[in-house]
Design a protein. Structure first.
Length: 194
């Protein structure tokens, strides 16, 4: 079994069942690597690069970034709670499936074409993000913030619990599904009765 601190550069490696809880990793380069069933909770990544990497069935909650670059990161069946993704260097790209992303922030990130599918993204800050052409199908956004956000052409099919003010966000061409789309009426201050 390999561990991430054996060398500085890692190409196409698979890290299984590693425990890096609360570690501080500096100047690491990960290219095409997979982290599987690992605990990386609370880890600080400083001056690191993750390019085309996958976290699968991992706990990466509360990880922190300093001068770290992330490109084409896949998060699958993971617990990724309380992460300040806005601390990563730009450009930044991530896709998540069947993962818990709650209490995190993507504030100000350009995440055009991001895919967050069948995730729990409660209390997540998407303020001032470019989320155009995103796929959010099946994701729960209870308490999440969309303010000054570009959601043009985004897909919210089967998404739920979102509160999006159409006057404070760009939503042209976005796809929403009833009954969740009724939430747009909240921002108008009207009541609907039957």
């Amino acid at each position: 079994m390999s561990t991430a601190d054996e060398q500085i550069t890692h190409h196409d490696k698979r890290f299984e069942n590693i425990n890096y809880e609360d570690k501080h990793l500096v100047s690491r380069y990960f290219e095409g690597c997979t982290f599987y069933k690992s605990i990386i909770k609370g880890c600080l990544f400083e001056d690191c690069t993750f390019n085309n990497c996958t976290f699968e069935e991992c706990d990466i909650s509360l990880i922190k970034f300093k001068d770290t670059f992330i490109s084409n990161l896949a998060v699958i069946n993971c617990k990724a709670i309380g992460i300040l993704w806005y601390d990563t260097l730009n450009p930044f790209s991530i896709n998540a499936k069947n993962s818990m992303l709650s209490y995190s922030s993507f504030f100000g990130k350009n995440l055009k074409k991001i895919r967050l599918t069948n995730c729990t993204a409660r209390e997540v800050d998407f303020s001032n993000c470019n989320l155009s052409s995103a796929d959010f199908s099946g994701t729960d956004f209870l308490g999440s913030t969309f303010s000054g956000t570009d959601l043009r052409m985004a897909n919210f099919t089967a998404a739920q619990n979102y509160q999006i003010d159409p006057s404070g966000n760009k939503i042209k061409g976005a796809i929403f599904q009833l009954p969740a789309a009724i939430s747009f009426l909240d921002s108008l201050g009207i009541k609907i009765v039957d």
